[in-house]
Each structure stands twice: as structure tokens, then as C-alpha cells.
Design a protein around this ligand. Structure first.
Ligand code: FES
Ligand code: FE2
Length: 384
């Protein structure tokens, strides 16, 4: 096998992705390490995927009440999610219209946003309320000044945003996935655990890890394997905007879960793992589900919002705590191994390796196909 130079130029990356089109899965190999370590390639992914595609920013429960807000950076862009006093949830630029200061920090509940520098004030819909001493400026109209608003959409309780105001609605593109998960009623589940972390790995490593069942048994032998082992994984047919797999529950945990009454017995005993790339990963269970919103910070660092959402109000504190503990423990195992993956991918001796049977790593191939579709056509057309 030819070794791949680590300093591949953009055209070489694109050539590798183009070569994936139409290639049979049975002949599939992982991507060269440079895809995970090259800073310039990460910049390309940031601008072409995270800068042009829909990205998930979190759950609506995070801004449940008017005035609730949280801030975050997305590929270097300071943003603000706020439940306006007018009842509308918006994703706004968090950059002051005066001289560019980042306005809000952290999260909370507020009546208005006050820029710390010269105290310009904005309401919770982003409209400028007050700009001290600027009433008489000849070329500035305060009424017309507001924080830029991103296109925003709500799907299954998740908040999606897009920099492109003409982007086609994401929900309409997820109809096939919706059929698979609709009886779980993710939109009725409520948030009981939220964490914000930085993982020292490439964003694709994290996505691939969450989305493949091959490692469930070997890596999570003392945790997830006892609940969702690799042998119960099945690949699901991918769509253009999603991919995923299902995994059954072991008999020791299959009986005790309470989910939505719409669920069939089979659905109740199956967990659906799906991705809406580039940034949303979800593990859907009947009783509770996990989700990750990911965004790259550099080639070897990814910011991740991790959450657990629960169905129903029958939960005792102890049961919620043990679900959280299992999740944290499992994620910690992933975090540790992904650090080692990232180290190995930079090795001069690393070469693409063969992918395991489709039920176990078919989703990785689906992800590569998404990358190939999105990045090799991105230059030709304005993507949604
Ligand atoms: S930069 Fe915000 S008030 Fe001046
Ligand atoms: Fe894992």
C-alpha cells in the first residue's frame, strides 16, 4: 500500500474523496491520517461544512423561558442563542454593532444584552435599544441597527442554524430518518444532563467513534457492552442528510425501560444511533437518549456539547444519576482512546486500514460518502 504524504495539497484530498464515489463497501479502507491532522484541511472542512451546512447548536430546553440565552463560538464566530421576550428563539451574532466587542458571555436569563465596552444595549430579539451619545449621528439610524440573525430551524427538539439565509429547510431533508425515530418522540424528552467539553482529537474521529458499533464490546467491555454489545448492531440505510445504525439491548436491561406508548416492542428494545452531519450525533433510546453537538476548534481539538434527554416524569434521582454515570464513564473511555487515535494518525507509519463488516463500520463509509458529496461539489454549487 502506498504511503500518503502528510503534506497533501487540497487537490490530493479532493482526489481521495472523489475516488470513494461508487466504490464498493467491501473494498473500503479508512481515510489517510492527513485528513485528521492537516490544519489546512480542517480549515476547508470548517468553511465548507460547518460554515455552509446546517449545524445543531443544542436543545430548545436550554432556552426554555423568555430571556434564557447561551453563547458559544462556532468556527471562530461568536454566536448567541436566545429565547426572545417576544417568544421567538433566535440564533444571533454575538458581536457588537459599534466596534465589534463580543457582547454576552456564558448563559443565563436577561432582559437585554449590554455591550461591556461603551454600553450599547440590545433587546432579546437583537434590536439595538440604546447607543449612548449617538442620537445625533448623521449617518446612523438606531432603529435599523440589530444583531445579524442566522437562519434557524427546530427539529425533534434540536435547534439548527445556518449562515445561509436561503438554505433549504433541514427537517424536510430528514423525512426518511424521521420515520425511523418518530415513535421515540425525541421532541418530548427533556434535558437532565448537559456538559461542555473539549476533546483532544479531530472532530471526525469523535463522529466516527460515536457512529460505529465495532468498538462497543472491545472498548466498553465494562460499561456499554453490558447494555448494547457489538453483536446486536445493524447498519441502517443512509440518506443524503443522515446515516446511522441500530443496536439492540441485552436481555438484562431490555425489560425495564418505559418509553412513549407509540413504540412497538421491537422499537422499545432497540437503540437508534444517527448522525446529521457535520455536527449532530444522537443515540435514541426509548427511555432516554444521548446527543453530542460537535464543532472543530483545530485539527486536533473539538468542542463538544454532550447531553442526556429523558422521556417521562417517572424518573427517580437515583435512576437519572446512574444513567448519567454510565454515559460519563462511556464517554471517558471514548475520550481516552481518541487521544491515542489522534497520536497514531500523525505517525509516518500510519496507513488506511480495512473497515469491518457493514453492520459494525458501515456508518464510517456513509460518513466518507457525505464528505465526498459535500466537499467535492462544494465549489460548484452554493450548498444548503
Ligand atoms: S463596541 Fe460595543 S458598545 Fe462599543
Ligand atoms: Fe464509544
Amino acid at each position: 500500500m502506498a504511503s500518503i504524504p502528510t503534506n497533501m495539497q487540497l487537490s490530493s484530498f479532493l482526489k481521495t474523496l472523489r475516488a470513494l464515489k461508487g466504490k464498493p463497501y467491501e473494498r473500503g479502507f479508512s481515510l489517510p491520517g492527513a485528513f485528521y491532522t492537516d490544519p489546512l484541511w480542517t480549515q476547508t472542512e470548517c468553511s465548507e461544512l460547518f460554515g455552509k451546512d446546517w449545524f445543531c447548536v443544542g436543545r430548545v430546553e436550554e432556552v426554555a423561558k423568555p430571556g434564557d440565552f447561551f453563547t458559544f463560538d462556532h468556527i471562530g464566530e461568536p454566536l448567541l442563542v436566545v429565547h426572545g421576550r417576544d417568544g421567538v428563539i433566535r440564533v444571533l451574532s454575538n458581536v457588537c454593532r459599534h466596534r465589534g466587542t463580543v457582547i454576552a458571555q456564558g448563559s443565563g436569563n436577561t432582559r437585554k444584552f449590554l455591550c461591556p465596552y461603551h454600553r450599547w444595549a440590545y433587546d432579546t430579539a437583537g434590536q439595538l435599544l440604546n447607543a449612548p451619545l449617538l442620537d445625533s449621528h448623521e449617518a446612523f439610524n438606531m432603529q435599523e441597527c440589530r444583531l445579524p440573525e442566522l437562519k434557524c430551524e427546530f427539529w425533534q427538539g434540536f435547534i439548527f442554524a445556518n449562515f445561509n439565509p436561503r438554505a433549504a429547510a433541514i427537517g424536510k431533508q430528514l423525512g426518511v430518518l424521521e420515520k425511523v425515530i418518530k415513535n421515540y418522540h425525541l421532541e418530548q424528552m427533556s434535558l437532565r444532563y448537559l456538559a461542555d467539553e473539549t476533546w483532544e482529537t479531530n472532530w471526525k474521529c469523535l463522529l466516527e467513534n460515536f457512529m460505529e458499533g465495532y468498538h462497543l464490546t472491545p472498548l466498553h467491555r465494562d460499561t456499554l457492552h453490558k447494555v448494547n454489545p457489538s453483536r446486536l448492531c445493524s447498519h441502517l440505510a443512509p440518506g443524503r442528510r443522515h446515516f446511522g445504525y441500530s443496536v439492540g439491548f441485552t436481555s438484562r436491561v431490555s425489560k425495564n425501560r418505559i418509553g412513549h406508548p407509540d413504540l412497538s416492542a421491537d422499537e422499545g428494545n432497540t437503540c437508534i444511533m444517527f448522525a446529521v452531519p457535520p455536527g449532530l450525533l444522537v443515540g435514541v433510546g426509548s427511555d432516554y437518549s444521548s446527543f453530542l453537538c460537535i464543532r472543530p476548534e483545530s485539527a486536533d481539538r473539538v468542542r463538544v456539547k454532550l447531553g442526556l434527554i429523558f422521556y417521562g416524569d417517572h424518573w427517580s434521582r437515583q435512576d437519572v444519576d446512574s444513567a448519567i454515570e454510565l454515559f460519563q464513564h462511556t464517554m471517558d473511555e471514548d475520550k481516552q482512546v481518541l487521544l491515542r487515535v489522534q497520536q497514531g494518525l500523525g505517525s509516518r507509519f500510519h496507513e488506511p486500514g480495512p473497515l469491518a463488516p457493514r453492520d459494525l463500520e458501515g456508518t464510517i463509509w456513509d460518513f466518507y460518502q457525505y464528505l465526498s458529496r459535500s466537499l467535492t461539489t462544494a465549489k460548484k454549487s452554493a450548498r444548503n
